[in-house]
Design a protein around this ligand. Structure first.
Ligand code: R5P
Length: 316
């Protein structure tokens, strides 16, 4: 418990519903703050309660529009630091820019590292995030970073909805195998992998399914659904190999451009995402997209951090 009463939660504008649900879980309110735009769209922040000596958690996903939400996060942290908060934790359920975690070619940036530097230099003492695109991004920070996993919430849902002995977990690409294997282990299901290959430049990608998926209900597991292309193509490849039905459990529903329509038209039975990114009306209205609430997991992790208790044991 901080010297200055209970923990403080300050929300940016990225996901007000999630922020309120986290506050409800922690049986507290959101700290009064103004986060608004001037006429030229500069961001202005005013914390309207005393936070001197407080343990403050800033709730903000750096989702679409990523740059605005990132800038809000940085300015909120700056305001809190200048208001003498004792400890500032940036709670970033969806960490935008995470996919830019290495140089894909010469003369390109490592933007995930730059974003980590910005958050640290703004004054964050700790970072909490959910299903980071790559675990190594934690090493881009020199401050403590807790990477939470949505898997307990997904596993509960999968156990409720499926006969687990007919399920096969599938990683839609080789890069996601560790994540998918983790979930497969938790439900005691076998694992298949899709290996996407372009044999020659200019030729279309071949999807090799590694594993016997015929007759199984396949559950694709990944961190991000963005355009939806990865999932829709994976579903087609699995069905072509005799899978009974294909579902997907994805932590972050980025769903940009025509993704919702693409998923709606696809052969995916259901796409399940969390609300780490605020679901749009279009997402809520989609027939085959369902949203799992993540607030209690994040709220519990915040409570444990505030009381210096184990966070990792949430995932045992
Ligand atoms: C990539 O490495 C990620 O894990 C996702 O597979 C990817 O971002 C999904 O993108 P999209 O939905 O545009 O295919």
């Amino acid at each position: 418990m901080s010297k200055n009463g209970a923990i403080k939660l300050v929300a940016g504008n990225s996901n007000p519903a999630l922020a309120q649900q986290i506050a409800d879980y922690l049986k507290t309110g959101l700290t009064k703050a103004v986060v608004k735009r001037f006429a030229d769209l500069e961001i202005f922040v005013e914390i309207q309660e005393n936070v001197r000596g407080s343990d403050v958690f800033v709730l903000q996903s750096t989702s679409f529009p990523a740059n605005d939400h990132l800038m809000e996060l940085l300015i909120i942290i700056d305001a809190l630091r200048r208001s003498s908060a004792r400890r500032i934790t940036a709670v970033v359920p969806y960490f935008g820019y995470a996919r830019q975690d290495r140089k894909p070619g010469p003369r390109t940036p490592i933007s995930a590292k730059l974003v980590a530097n910005l958050i640290t230099r703004a004054g964050a003492d700790r970072v909490m995030t959910l299903d980071l695109h790559a675990g190594q991004i934690q090493g881009f920070f020199d401050i403590p970073t807790d990477n939470l996993y949505a898997s307990p919430v997904m596993v509960r849902d999968i156990k409720e909805k499926f006969k687990v002995d007919s399920v096969m977990v599938v990683s839609p690409d080789v890069g996601g195998v560790v994540r998918a294997r983790g979930l497969a282990k938790r439900i005691n299901a076998p694992l298949a992998i899709i290996d996407k290959r372009r044999e020659r430049a200019g030729e279309s990608e071949v999807m090799n399914v590694i594993g016997e998926v015929a007759g199984h209900t396949c559950i694709l597991v990944d961190d991000i659904v963005d355009s939806g292309g990865t999932l829709v193509n994976a579903a087609d490849a699995l069905l072509a190999q005799g899978a009974k039905a294909v579902y997907a459990y994805i932590s972050h529903g980025v769903l940009s451009g025509g993704a919702v329509a693409r998923v709606a038209k696809s052969r995916l039975k259901e796409l399940v995402i969390t609300d780490s990114i605020e679901p749009t009306k279009e997402v809520r209205a989609a027939g085959n997209i369902r949203v799992l609430p993540i607030a209690s997991l994040i709220g519990e992790a915040i409570g444990r951090t505030a009381h210096e208790e184990s966070v990792s044991s949430l995932f045992d």
